[in-house]
Design a protein around this ligand. Sequence first.
Ligand SMILES: CC(C)(COP(=O)(O)OP(=O)(O)OC[C@H]1O[C@@H](n2cnc3c(N)ncnc32)[C@H](O)[C@@H]1OP(=O)(O)O)[C@@H](O)C(=O)NCCC(=O)NCCS
Length: 385
Amino acid sequence: MVDIGHPVPDEFPDVYRIVREQIGDEDAEEAAITLEGETAASDTWLVSRVNGQVAACLQMLEVDVRVGTRNLIGGSVEFVASDPAHEGKGLIRSLIQRFHEHEVERESLVQVIEGIPYFYRRFGYEYALPTPSDLVVSHPLPRLAHWVVRTATPDDGRLITDLQQTAQAGADVVVGHSARTWQWILRSPVYRILIASNGDRRAMARVCKYGETSYMFDVAGDQEGSLAIAADISNEGPLHVLRRPGSTDDIERAASIDPRSYARYGRIGDLRPLLARLLPELNRRIAPLELGDRTTAISHYGSSTEIEIRDGSIAHIRQGGRMQAVFSAGALGVPPDLVATLVLGPLGAEEMRRRHPDVIFDPSDPLWPALFPPQTIDVQTWVYP
Ligand SMILES: CC(C)(COP(=O)(O)OP(=O)(O)OC[C@H]1O[C@@H](n2cnc3c(N)ncnc32)[C@H](O)[C@@H]1OP(=O)(O)O)[C@@H](O)C(=O)NCCC(=O)NCCS
């Protein structure tokens, strides 16, 4: 018999064993930070029990999402693992399904995952959010005078969220950790959060190490301070820095660029409530078009989302039915497995139309490129991408 629930303390050792066997020793220690002690939150975990014994697990994380001017609730998962003795029995499929139900309950409109290649595509996720390039620092950088670099403590939570918010302010689409997630990361044995100070000036970065190479990401704050952190770390061995325009430009001048074709997963379970939440942003985008009245749709072919425009503004968004002939209807056709790419990704409708035969709209219609323009993105995930 299989049942799903939050783990109870007697089950924590099983969770740690599964995470240790399938992901790693330090990851099991990280899991413990979220299950026990002052930052415990066992209700963020789901376990699948087979005959009363924990056989698979995952942790659900809350993330803060912003699209343009609109903030919204998002979610993520980490520590996804099955007991090797129970792989291939659909346990993770049912845990992900339960996670999605939980997301609907908390009105979370977007899910983002960094993880197992291809796997999450099985559950409606798209590689919607490309990862920035790595900056490769292959020689020690000179240390910077006047900067003091120290390891962050749990008391730095506020400083960290402030620095991150400022670093993300310039991007169109943003996914950020909640304050609680930062408190877990601050206690993680896998990551060091470093803070650089020089008078009132501050910078921060998260650092982890695989083998000899250090990886630095979530870089934020004063550019010179970020360089001071990179200089310290570069003296320990080779360094990769996840590029973040506006935060890593000084480091970029001392590094080579390793362009990568990697991406985070994004999922939009239901487009209609997301567009409803984004309404003021969408209307801001189409205001210059002065569209008057128009009824149109975004077709996912098997179903559609109807859009009613009155006096140049979207007035209603409704669930619609099957819609095949999108071009002649003046609609936008986008297959269900490219919806997150369209709404959250950097390409925009026009470029997607060029790349994908089943992204279809009349190229002379200004509505769709205005509604879904190319966007800059800044996404945080628990692990280095
Ligand atoms: C990947 C893993 C989580 C799959 O767990 P599982 O319990 O075997 O998954 P399920 O049985 O629920 O599989 C769901 C579906 O995915 C498929 N699947 C399983 N592993 C897959 C993989 N690595 N890639 C693609 N598809 C996979 C299954 O065949 C199944 O398909 P179906 O529903 O059409 O039959 C498990 O093998 C594992 O713990 N791996 C290591 C953990 C890890 O690396 N975690 C990353 C840290 S976040």
